[in-house]
Design a binder for this molecule. Structure first.
Ligand code: PHE
Length: 345
């Protein structure tokens, strides 16, 4: 009688399998509970004959162990996945998986700019975003009280440091000063980084943006070197056949100074809304480093000459990806950022 019962229950236990917490609990109550089957069987066992006890005793212990280990195994399984607590969970379903992030379009374009200039032997130089007056203005030939300082509405932080007022840098030309002060020519470097200007935020202006400036100082560096370097950059960045033109301009730290336009990458020069139907878009400022700047940084301006240029990465990116609103770059809307997943990685 008892033997038959044990055989039957053994089959039942062997066939039992679930990750559902409620069913597992029922199993525990049914077999292992204080009023459960194992308790009953042990009670019945007390009444059997001594000969039967010898054989049945072993069987009974094996049966008890089976029920306990089955319960333990299923319990572990369900807590491992922590899914067992919930009803009706299908553990065989595939997981949710991780979405691979994407690079920010500005980071993609900065990387591309750096790679192009690397090919020409320009290294990357970096400097602090919190600058003093000397590195951001004075060494760069911005005279005191000169209106040129107003060209770059500055966020001032503290008045009167050792090297003048402390402010958020308005351009990465400050890194050029730091580089020239602490080394010896030749210099051939680009300076990518974030810069700050006190402007009202709109589709076309922001209180911070990103620049890549460049500096090349050596003996006999000429404006022709500047033009050829920038022409090469534009062909690499926007494709061969992209035209460039230079217009005279003014910067305190370069003489002569120029602004460079390229043929509109969107309409290919035919005229569109983006280029205001001119066929041209401005992408950077440049010029020959003013001898005063070289001397301010301890470089012999009679022996050395150099060129410098500076561009906004946002602008270069606008033309590359036709992003028309600057604010998109800093809002971190994932729907916007996701679009650049497969580009230029
Ligand atoms: N520093 C200038 C700006 O921020 C750009 C520039 C750099 C112009 C080097 C000429 C030479 O607008």
């Amino acid at each position: 009688m008892l033997q038959e019962k044990i055989t039957q229950y053994t089959e039942e236990i062997n066939a039992f399998s679930t990750a559902k917490a409620a069913e597992l609990e029922q199993f525990r109550i049914k077999f292992l509970g204080t009023k459960g089957i194992i308790k009953d069987i042990f009670d019945e066992f007390k009444a059997v004959s001594p000969e039967e006890k010898r054989t049945l005793g072993k069987v009974l212990n094996v049966f008890k162990q089976l029920a306990e280990s089955k319960y333990q195994a299923l319990k572990e399984q369900s807590t491992e996945t922590s899914a067992g607590k919930e009803e009706g969970l299908d553990l065989t379903l595939p997981g949710e998986g991780f979405e691979i992030g994407s690079r920010h379009p500005l980071a993609l374009v900065r990387k591309e700019i750096v790679e192009i200039f690397n090919k020409l032997g320009f290294i990357v130089a970096e400097g602090p975003e919190i600058e003093d007056d000397w590195h951001n203005f004075s060494a760069l030939n911005f005279p005191e009280e000169h209106p040129a300082r107003d060209m770059q509405d500055t966020f001032f932080i503290k008045k009167g440091g050792e090297k003048g007022d402390i402010a958020l840098r308005t351009h990465t030309s400050s890194v050029q000063v730091r580089m020239m002060e602490s080394g010896k020519p030749p210099f051939r470097a680009i300076m990518p980084g974030r810069v700050y200007r006190n402007e009202a935020i709109s589709a076309r202006a922001h209180c911070f943006f990103h620049q890549v400036e460049g500096l090349y100082v050596d003996e006999n560096v000429s404006f022709a070197d500047l033009k050829q370097t920038l022409f090469y950059f534009v062909q690499e960045m926007y494709g061969e056949g992209t035209k460039v033109r230079f217009r005279p301009s003014y910067f305190p730290f370069t003489e002569p100074s120029a602004e460079m336009d390229i043929s509109c990458t969107i309409c290919k020069g035919a005229g569109c809304q983006f280029c205001k139907y001119s066929g041209w878009v401005e992408i950077l400022g440049c010029g020959m480093v003013d001898p005063n700047v070289l001397e301010n940084c301890g470089i012999d301006a009679k022996k050395y000459s150099g060129f410098a240029f500076g561009m906004g990465i946002e602008r270069i990116t606008n033309l590359k990806f036709e992003i028309k609103d600057l604010r998109l770059f800093s809002e971190n809307d994932v729907r916007f950022l996701k679009q650049y997943k497969t580009t230029l990685i």
